[in-house]
Structures are given as structure tokens and as C-alpha cells.
Design a protein around this ligand. Structure first.
Ligand code: T4K
Length: 404
């Protein structure tokens, strides 16, 4: 093993930091802003109509256009992804018992189960996709299991066929947290067409954004109608409440932003894919940096660019690399560390024991998401690769010096 290079102030490290420090902070993501004049045009229309929310005309237009862009039939817009996911649970009447899910996600995934009065049962992940490992789901199914809640983490598809087979055999619903999966196609179809319902997030950090926002994609018009009631307090008309709904509505200002975003989203994905290629080419041969492959059956959206840092081979830990990045103004993020199971609200659950989740524990301790977004200069991605390469050269020199 190479003696690890730490983020401390050795002369060797200081030289690398000063050579690679960027003038301005580069964040893990940035929204691509629409043209301000065009947005102002939309605002004028909203002012004139004085129709601000509750299924306004821009909301209806965005719903239609998004469904068509994504290649799905039944889509309902929401104020954000977390509330959308909660409504998906209520739409399927999943409001007791247990749901099998992944610990390797944003906390919102498990929190939604919690708010739906459903106990999350955590299942380990696959070492290649970082998604729930279908071969470990069945042993967690018990009399109280109601559903499976997988996440297409980083927009990389879960093993949707295996999950479907398990759900059918055991009579379970499948609700996908597809927060990252905008525009991803799998075997020629929208990835959102799998499972009973899929949730998308349109938060400012997502490749398609409505500032805050989200959507549910479901299989039938009847389901969509139920979802639409539930996101509007369960109100059917002025005098009829059909169920315990909530306020999940997207407003006209968000929808206007989304309509403009939609015009540029194909280009946004194209640019992200080009950046992903630069990272892949630049990092492929660096020992200790693992770049997960995209499945050949998937048209990826390159919404995140995760790498795993193997301390023994790279000669520096993920946490030290993260600190060096910070000093170089590169705001990479440790998505998704710590695991959801480390939060005090879940850590006492039997399924949260680290010994049951060895792959998720390892991946969370090694993962680092590099900056990727449409307006990131390709040159910055190249510089990030050369920083990672130079650090590895420094660690191997240490090894040589230690051996001589
Ligand atoms: N399920 C999954 C798997 C999710 O990842 C999420 C959300 C959800 C469910 C819930 O969906 P929503 O209810 O949010 O629709 C961010 C987002 O807040 C969160 O939406 C997202 N996942 C998660 C992965 O990332 P933070 O705490 O990392 O955000 P923050 O504020 O640190 O922003 C990250 C970087 O983005 C900043 O360093 C700079 C850039 N940024 C951020 C904002 C807000 C901008 O450039 N402009 C901005 O307006 O959680």
C-alpha cells in the first residue's frame, strides 16, 4: 500500500494546490438559466391573466410538453419531488407496514416512507450500479412488506426487470424514486415507464429544473386522476372532498421556468455527456480512481459524475481528496455520504446495521461527485482530471522514495 498523501500542508501538496487552484469556485452543479427577457414575457402573461396557480394554462402546457418529451402518457406536475413521492404512496394506499428501499440516496427517499407511516427496510446495493441489489431483496420481504422503493441513483437504471419479477411474485407495488432520471431511456423506452409510479425532481440542482418542482409518472389515466385529486387537498369539486389530500401543486411561475428549460434540455444533456466523456478519458488510467460504466442498454443523462476513490491504490483517501479539491476551489460533493441509515431516526432499525450493508458502506465512504453541468467549460473538466492525475503521481513518488 502507498503511504497516503493527506490534505495537510506538505510542500509537495502546496505546489500541486497552487498549480491547480481555480480562480472562482466551481460547484458540483449549476442551473442553466433561461433567457431573462423570455421569462419576463411569460411573467407579463401571468400578470395579465392573474392566474397564479391551481392548474393554470402554463402548468397545463408544461404537463403536455413534458409528457411528450419524456415519451410517457400520464404525468402530473408537483411543487417538489418529495411531496410528489408522498402523494405516490397515498395514491397506491401504501400507508402502513414496511417498504424495502436503499440506504444510498438522498434522505428524502426514506423520509417520505416515514411521513407515510411506513417503516423503511434497508437493502444493500449493487457494487456496479450503486442501486438496490435485487438479489438481496427477497430475504427482507416479510408479512408487513407493502412495496419496494428503489432509486435510480445518479440517473443510472436499477435492474428494473428483476425488481418487477420480485414484485409480481410477492404481490408488491414498486414506486421508483427517479429524482435523477430525467430523460433516461432504457432498452429504447423511458425509464419512467417501469414500476407503478415514478417520481421526478425538478429542483434547482437537477438537469431540468422548475426552481423547485417535480412530477409523478404513472401507468393509467385513473391513477393520474387520483394523483391530481390528492395533490389538491383531495378536492373533487367545490362541495366534494374524496380523500385526505395535500397541497402538492406547481404554480405558474415554476411552469414558465420549466417551459423555457424544456427548450434547452436536449442541449443540456448533450453537453453533460460531452463532459462525462472528457472525465472518462482523463480518469480511465489513474490507479485507484474507479469510474462506473454506463450500461450499453441505457441512454444516460450524465446528470452526476460519481467516481470511487480507493485509498490503498490511489494513495489518498476520498476525504483528503475532497479537502484538496476545496482548496483548489472545486466544490465536489460526497453524494450520498453518510448513508441514510446513519441518521439517528433510522440507525436503530435492524436493517440499518452496517454489517448488513457492506457494499453501501464502502461506496458511501469512497464516492465523490465531480462538477458536471451544461455551462461548465470543458477545460475545467480537463484541469480537474489533471489535478487528480498529479496527486496520484505525487503519491507514487512517495512510494518510490519509501522503497529506496
Ligand atoms: N430523492 C432523491 C434521490 C433526491 O436526490 C432528491 C433531491 C429528492 C428525492 C427530493 O426531491 P426534491 O423534493 O428536492 O425535488 C440538493 C437538492 O436540494 C436536492 O433537491 C437533491 N435531491 C440533492 C441531491 O441535492 P443539497 O443539500 O446538496 O443542495 P445545495 O444547496 O448544497 O446545492 C448543491 C450545489 O448546487 C451548490 O453547491 C451550488 C448549486 N446550486 C444550488 C442551488 C440550490 C446552484 O447553483 N443554485 C441553486 O439555486 O441538496
Amino acid at each position: 500500500m502507498i503511504t497516503p498523501l493527506t490534505a495537510d500542508g506538505s510542500a509537495e501538496l502546496e505546489g500541486i494546490v497552487s498549480a491547480h487552484r481555480l480562480a472562482e469556485p466551481v460547484y458540483v452543479t449549476r442551473p442553466t438559466m433561461p433567457n431573462l427577457d423570455e421569462y419576463t414575457q411569460y411573467l407579463r402573461g401571468i400578470w395579465e391573466r392573474r392566474w397564479l396557480t391551481n392548474a393554470g394554462p402554463l402548468h397545463e402546457e408544461l404537463e403536455r410538453k413534458l409528457a411528450s418529451f419524456l415519451g410517457v402518457e400520464h404525468l402530473s406536475l408537483f411543487c417538489n419531488g418529495a411531496i410528489a413521492l408522498q402523494v405516490a404512496f397515498e395514491a397506491l394506499r401504501i400507508n402502513s407496514g414496511e417498504v424495502i428501499t436503499t440506504p444510498f440516496s438522498f434522505p428524502a427517499t426514506a423520509h417520505v416512507a416515514y411521513w407515510s407511516r411506513v417503516r423503511p427496510v434497508f437493502c444493500d446495493i449493487d457494487p456496479l450500479t450503486f442501486n438496490i441489489d435485487p438479489s438481496k431483496i427477497e430475504r427482507l420481504i416479510g408479512p408487513e412488506t407493502r412495496a419496494i422503493l428503489p432509486v435510480h441513483v445518479y440517473g443510472r437504471p436499477c435492474d428494473v426487470e428483476a425488481i418487477q419479477r420480485i414484485a409480481e411474485v410477492h404481490g408488491l407495488q414498486v414506486v421508483y424514486d427517479a429524482a435523477h432520471a430525467f430523460g433516461v431511456r432504457y432498452k429504447g423506452l423511458s425509464l419512467l415507464s417501469y414500476g407503478s409510479i415514478s417520481m421526478l425532481s425538478f429542483h434547482a440542482t437537477k438537469l431540468f429544473t422548475t426552481i423547485e418542482g417535480g412530477a409523478l409518472v404513472c401507468g393509467t389515466e385513473a391513477q393520474r386522476n387520483r394523483i391530481n385529486f390528492l395533490k389538491n387537498f383531495g378536492i373533487a369539486d367545490e362541495e366534494t372532498v374524496i380523500g385526505p389530500g395535500i397541497n402538492g401543486k406547481m404554480n405558474e411561475f415554476q411552469a414558465a421556468f420549466g417551459l423555457l428549460q424544456l427548450q434547452g434540455v436536449a442541449e443540456e444533456i448533450r453537453r453533460r455527456r460531452a463532459l462525462a466523456r472528457i472525465y472518462r478519458d482523463g480518469l480511465r488510467r489513474i490507479p485507484g480512481i474507479l469510474v462506473p460504466d454506463d450500461s450499453p442498454e441505457c441512454e444516460a443523462n450524465s446528470t452526476y459524475f460519481p467516481v470511487l476513490v480507493d485509498r490503498a491504490e490511489y494513495g489518498m483517501s476520498r476525504d483528503d481528496l475532497y479537502l484538496v479539491f476545496r482548496r483548489c476551489n472545486i466544490m465536489a460533493r460526497k453524494y450520498f455520504y453518510p448513508l441514510i441509515t446513519h441518521a439517528p431516526c433510522y440507525s436503530a432499525l435492524p436493517s440499518a446495521a452496517p454489517s448488513s450493508l457492506p457494499v453501501a458502506e464502502r461506496v458511501a465512504s469512497q464516492v465523490l461527485c465531480l462538477p458536471i453541468y451544461g455551462t461548465l467549460e470543458p477545460e475545467i473538466a480537463r484541469r480537474i482530471c489533471s489535478l487528480i492525475a498529479d496527486l496520484r503521481v505525487a503519491t507514487s513518488k512517495r512510494l518510490a522514495a519509501a522503497g529506496s
